[in-house]
Design a protein around this ligand. Structure first.
Ligand SMILES: *[C@@H]1O[C@H](CO)[C@@H](O)[C@H](O)[C@H]1NC(C)=O
Ligand SMILES: *[C@@H]1O[C@H](CO)[C@@H](O)[C@H](O)[C@H]1NC(C)=O
Ligand SMILES: *[C@@H]1O[C@H](CO)[C@@H](O)[C@H](O)[C@H]1NC(C)=O
Ligand SMILES: *[C@@H]1O[C@H](CO)[C@@H](O)[C@H](O)[C@H]1NC(C)=O
Ligand SMILES: *[C@@H]1O[C@H](CO)[C@@H](O)[C@H](O)[C@H]1NC(C)=O
Ligand SMILES: *[C@@H]1O[C@H](CO)[C@@H](O)[C@H](O)[C@H]1NC(C)=O
Ligand SMILES: *[C@@H]1O[C@H](CO)[C@@H](O)[C@H](O)[C@H]1NC(C)=O
Ligand SMILES: *[C@@H]1O[C@H](CO)[C@@H](O)[C@H](O)[C@H]1NC(C)=O
Ligand SMILES: *[C@@H]1O[C@H](CO)[C@@H](O)[C@H](O)[C@H]1NC(C)=O
Length: 364
């Protein structure tokens, strides 16, 4: 079986016929590389030629041989900032040389996307085109463009493999509906390299959706039968009018009052834990949804019941306090009167201090 991968090149010019029928292949692992700018790469250049006289890697990059075997060599390439061609070659059968070439693609996240401005008015039922442009975004074969209506993705197209040095254009056709009135349309370019372990790079034309972490504001302790306010806030949210917020306590959805202010969203719920509900840990959850994103925070609140018959105790305390206060007042009065009696020269006091003393002063 004859496998030819890559192509054959003559060495030192001369007779092409010497290559005919020479068996073997050379190849590079990993093939069709995609790399982030400035990345390092280790490539394995190998051949199945029985006794290769030489194996090498031709590249403009600085290379270091780090490992080798009889039929392979591993090279380390550092700080790759530009697309580059790699040629792995092996000399087999004297002057025959096999070469396998591959491209290293340095990714470029998509750059600002523009959406061609729309006519101000479009009649309902009429088809209209939306043209979105994207710069950069490489490799193009992994680049897609989505059309969004508000936060909702309407459709998605692959960006054809045009020259990444130029802007690429994608056209969507939409039929105008009544619901589209006043709605913002936008484009979002996505370079999806998650399969290559490099992540998803996105860029939107005008309506980026962003979602931070919500914050819960609630007392740690909830007393049965007592009214409490539970709150969840989230800010730096855009577009806030498309976001949904929900509060739940112990798995039950709460009725909330929702306030939207600029880029802030707030849900407030007033709760009273009914008599007979279980005491202990209740989980409070705040769930915020914006477009396809979702954030959630949770906190455990402790529900407790105040000790039985609280009324008599409170009254008792009040009574005791009242008695103590009265006793104190009488004591002060006596003391003051004693003091008055023992002093012949009345003291001049600042006006504001004198008023409360009038009572005893007028006394016998
Ligand atoms: C590449 O290697 C150099 C030196 O070994 C190191 O400083 C650098 O952080 C590496 N770059 C990446 C992207 O791993
Ligand atoms: C390089 O590739 C050859 C052939 O596939 C393999 O036998 C060898 O183990 C590889 N070397 C390393 C260090 O991965
Ligand atoms: C690896 O390379 C070294 C130095 O070039 C050489 O001496 C050695 O024989 C090579 N090992 C194999 C297994 O070819
Ligand atoms: C990587 O290469 C770029 C451009 O070639 C250079 O500006 C930069 O200093 C290099 N970085 C390192 C860590 O060598
Ligand atoms: C609008 O486009 C749809 C499909 O793209 C087509 O079925 C429909 O006939 C078009 N309507 C008009 C008014 O052109
Ligand atoms: C990117 O493109 C390559 C080649 O077409 C493909 O194998 C890979 O699955 C693509 N990745 C994603 C995430 O679509
Ligand atoms: C559309 O976008 C503009 C500017 O970004 C914003 O002021 C407006 O509220 C948005 N309208 C809707 C319905 O999202
Ligand atoms: C959060 O709320 C959204 C919308 O109501 C719902 O689809 C989603 O399942 C909720 N997430 C969790 C973890 O409950
Ligand atoms: C709340 O308590 C439950 C059970 O005690 C526990 O499973 C859960 O992880 C706690 N949640 C938080 C947010 O601490």
């Amino acid at each position: 079986k004859l496998l030819i991968k890559g192509w054959w090149l003559p060495v030192g010019g001369g007779d092409y016929s010497v290559f005919a029928g020479a068996p073997g292949i050379t190849w590079i692992e990993p093939p069709d590389l995609v790399i982030t700018p400035g990345g390092n790469l280790s490539v394995n250049c190998s051949t199945d030629c029985d006794q290769p006289q030489f194996i090498g890697l031709e590249t403009q990059l600085v290379k270091t041989q780090v490992d080798n075997g009889t039929r392979w060599k591993v090279f380390l390439l550092k700080n790759i900032t530009q697309d580059t061609l790699l040629h792995c070659f092996a000399n087999c059968f004297g002057d025959a040389q096999m070469i396998y070439s591959t491209t290293v693609t340095v990714i470029q996240p998509p750059e600002p996307v523009t959406l061609e401005s729309l006519p101000q008015w479009i009649p309902v039922g009429q088809n209209f085109s939306l043209r979105c442009q994207v710069w950069s975004g490489k490799p193009r074969k992994n680049l897609t463009m989505a059309l969004l209506r508000g936060p909702q993705e309407l459709s998605r197209q692959a960006v054809s493999e045009q020259d990444p040095g130029k802007a690429a254009e994608v056209t969507f056709t939409v039929t105008a509906s009544r619901e589209d009135h006043g709605v913002n349309f936008s484009c979002r370019a996505g370079l999806d390299l998650r399969a290559q372990g490099l992540g998803l790079y996105q860029k939107s034309s005008s309506i980026p959706t962003s979602l931070g972490a919500p914050r819960l504001l609630a007392p740690k302790l909830l007393e049965v039968g007592k009214k409490e306010t539970l709150r969840c806030d989230i800010d730096k949210l855009f577009p806030v009018e498309n976001a949904q917020i929900h509060l739940s306590l112990g798995g039950r959805n709460l009725n909330t009052t929702v306030i939207r202010d600029q880029d802030m969203l707030r849900a407030t719920a007033i709760v009273v834990i009914a008599e007979g509900e279980k005491e202990g840990q209740w989980e409070l959850t705040c769930n915020v949804t914006l477009a396809d994103q979702n954030r959630q925070v949770q906190e455990n609140l402790t529900v407790y019941k105040s000790p039985r018959d609280p009324v008599p105790i409170v009254m008792g305390v009040l009574l005791a306090l009242g008695l103590a206060a009265m006793a104190g007042a009488i004591a002060t009065l006596c003391l003051w009167q004693n003091l008055r009696k023992s002093s012949y020269q009345p003291q001049t006091l600042p006006l504001q201090d004198r008023t409360p003393m009038e009572g005893p002063e007028m006394g016998p």
